[in-house]
Design a binder for this molecule. Structure first.
Ligand code: ZN
Ligand code: ZN
Length: 320
């Protein structure tokens, strides 16, 4: 709770006139506990898990012909009933795990030192901290994800998230309860290293989930603003990981592409991209049999085992 309740008290405390956003913040939070403000995350997550995937359902329904060209696995189409089941499962996990985790994790937020006080952080400060949070989460998540693809991790935990081989937005938070808990660690690591304001923390949780929904949307839409973010993986990058599934030793990173590149876990994906590009350019306009042998030779040159799937796009599996 803020140590002041009026604008005059706040201005005296910080030694200057409040900005409009600071006055709004003061008016809204003056009589609210920090715990309650932290719990806003539950509401934000509920809205994001419910509405952001709906955006993709709507554009798919309304602009089928336009948007259809950007569907990554065009032969796979989930019914509305299947989407609803996914959402119901996610909401069950939300009520049983995500919500209680938020309610119980407040002491860690206190320990970290997330503040609710004035002055509010500048846009520069928020952006800089968010960049750190994304980079730290991406790197940590990469290694946890690789661990979850060992036999034990996959069979006991991660298999649930991979039930959707052609992911949809609703499936982004669809995971085993243990995975939900484990992946809370990389999310908290950035804020623990560089503690910020509660608004930055809200933004971090919201943006990370929106990013996850986009990467699971099943659509690689060229005019998505995230295309301008350097080293951003996006839907195409993560969709490949889901398609290959249990055997996947490729594209582990949650947000960016550099970890997979540095540690050599994107060879299969890059091979597939190369093949698709060549097919597009018409340099591989042969029968499927002949495509298979060319595919094999290309991937062998990259040290990869390859497979031409019975439907487009083409995917290659490769060792880490
Ligand atoms: Zn995985
Ligand atoms: Zn996924």
């Amino acid at each position: 709770m803020l140590p002041y309740t009026t604008v005059v008290e706040a201005e005296t405390a910080i030694g200057r006139t409040l900005t409009t956003s600071e006055t709004l913040w003061l008016n809204h939070t003056a009589n609210k506990s920090d715990y309650l403000l932290y719990c806003y995350n539950i509401l934000f997550l509920f809205i994001i898990f419910s509405l952001c995937p709906l955006y993709y359902v709507f554009i798919e329904h309304l602009f089928k012909n336009t948007i259809g060209a950007y569907k990554i696995q065009p032969k796979i189409k989930l019914s509305y009933g299947e989407m609803l089941k996914c959402y119901r499962d996610v909401m069950r996990m939300f009520v049983l795990v995500v919500g209680p985790l938020q309610l119980a994790s407040y002491p860690s937020i206190q320990m970290i030192g997330i503040r609710t006080s004035l002055p509010l952080p500048s846009v520069y400060e928020m952006v800089a901290q968010l960049v750190v949070y994304f980079v730290v989460e991406d790197y940590t998540n990469y290694w946890i994800h690789r661990f979850l693809h060992c036999k034990w991790g996959y069979d006991k935990i991660h298999r649930v998230h991979h039930e959707y081989t052609a992911p949809i937005g609703f499936a982004a938070p669809y995971a085993h309860w243990a995975e939900v808990l484990i992946l809370g660690i990389p999310s908290a690591l950035g804020p623990a290293m560089v503690p910020g304001h509660m608004i930055t923390f809200w933004l971090w949780i919201a943006l990370r989930q929106m990013e996850a929904i986009e990467t699971h949307s099943g659509y690689d839409i060229p005019w998505t603003p995230t295309k301008f973010i350097p080293f951003y993986g996006g839907a195409d990058h993560h969709d490949y990981h889901h398609y290959v599934g249990e055997q996947s030793h490729s594209n582990f990173a949650s947000v960016f592409t550099y970890c997979d590149y540095i540690y050599g876990t994107d060879k299969g994906y890059r091979c597939q991209k190369r093949l698709l590009q060549q097919l597009k350019e018409g340099t591989k306009n042969h029968e499927q049999k002949s495509q298979g042998s060319q595919n094999a030779s290309l991937c062998q040159s990259a040290g990869l085992k390859s497979q031409l799937r019975p439907f487009a796009p083409i995917f290659c599996t490769g060792p880490m």
